[in-house]
Design a protein around this ligand. Structure first.
Ligand SMILES: Nc1ncnc2c1ncn2[C@@H]1O[C@H](COP(=O)(O)OP(=O)(O)OP(=O)(O)O)[C@@H](O)[C@H]1O
Length: 325
């Protein structure tokens, strides 16, 4: 255990090597996460959110190039040997993936699946102790303890997502990454799962990273927000401030593209963002957002804006914000 942030990501770069060529999915991301804090990570599909999350626990396909550093409790995950890495996953950091149906084994009872990481990491001395812990965990995520004997297909989508959360909490990690945990769920269940994650964070003093393409769902549950575009963070700041007074034109477009939960007057605004995100293998020159930006000037086509260093309270990578003249 060291002083300083729980998680310190510095200049993280991830390149997939596909048959069609190299694909730089994450291109120099830096941020910090304090103990007990929560960071929301937003951006359209393909901007590199999941790649970044998977890189933090080194869950990327073999052969993928990863550079930079990821300090978790002061230890560089990217430099760890396989044994040390196995010890970190589940116990220090765990991910709740999107699409609970695919993440669970269809032919194994959920109790057995939740106890697996506990038995693997010997955080419970016996199968019987693990079973008791499974029942406790199920109750903590709002399911009756006796559902441990159910198979995944006997549960609803929201219940399965709760099972994945229970599994992620099984070894008491200090960092929980929730990657689109509510995408496949209807709006009511989505709100319940988000409220559950927010409650568990406070109760357990967890640090959390919430990932979603919908900026509006993050504002209630996260202290800070970071917006990604084309493999980089383009804006970061306190949650409410960033959502209600965005500085980067991309953040404004993203905020306008989704209705705010609880605000019946707001409507899906398809004009919030025109066009499509760029192909990571063929990025435009200068600012990668310039072809979609209504405010773009000549300088935006020529120069790529930089984000100020991690740790600054409010960061935006936009030439017009840096120098509005
Ligand atoms: N295993 C892989 N091999 C090759 N390319 C990949 C792989 N996984 C992701 N990519 C590519 O990397 C880029 C970033 O993908 P990533 O899944 O990280 O984005 P995302 O923002 O999480 O999107 P989504 O919200 O759709 O999950 C995309 O262009 C994607 O096609």
């Amino acid at each position: 255990m060291t002083d300083g942030p729980l998680l310190l990501v510095d200049d993280l770069r991830v390149t997939y090597h596909a048959r069609s060529g190299d694909l730089p999915a994450v291109r120099g991301v830096s941020f910090e996460l304090e103990r007990g804090a929560s960071l929301g990570l937003a951006g359209e599909s393909g901007c590199g959110k999941s790649t970044m999350a998977n890189a933090i626990l080194r869950l990327l396909p073999a052969g993928t190039t990863v550079d930079g550093s990821v300090l978790l409790h002061g230890q560089d995950v990217l430099a760890m040997k396989p044994g040390a890495l196995r010890a970190v996953r589940w116990t220090e950091g765990a991910i709740v993936f999107q699409g609970a149906l695919h993440a669970l084994n269809p032919v194994q009872r959920i109790g057995a699946q939740i106890s697996e990481p506990m038995l693997l990491h010997r955080t419970q001395p016996s199968k019987r102790a693990a079973a008791t812990r499974v029942a406790e965990l199920l109750e903590q995520v709002g399911l009756p303890g006796d559902r441990a004997s159910a198979y995944p297909h006997q549960l609803s989508g929201g219940q399965r997502q709760r099972v994945l959360i229970a599994m992620a909490l099984a070894c008491d990690p200090s960092l929980l990454i929730a990657d689109e945990p509510t995408t496949a769920l209807d709006v009511m269940v989505q709100a319940q799962v988000l409220a559950l994650l927010a409650r568990l964070r406070v109760e357990r003093g967890l640090s959390m990273i919430f990932i979603t393409h919908d900026l509006s769902v993050l504002t209630d549950v996260c202290d800070d927000l970071a917006v990604m575009y084309a493999g980089r963070i383009v804006e970061e700041g306190r949650s409410g401030e960033l959502f209600h007074s965005p500085r980067h034109p991309y953040t404004s477009g993203l905020a306008a593209a989704f209705p705010t939960i609880g605000d019946p007057a707001s409507r899906m605004n398809p004009s919030g963002l025109g066009g499509d995100p760029p192909d990571p293998a063929h990025l435009p020159t200068g600012c990668p957002f310039h072809p979609r930006c209504a405010l773009a000037e000549d300088r935006c086509r020529a120069h790529a804006p930089e984000l100020s260093p991690a740790g600054d309270a409010r960061r935006a990578a936009c030439l017009l914000v840096e120098d509005p003249t």
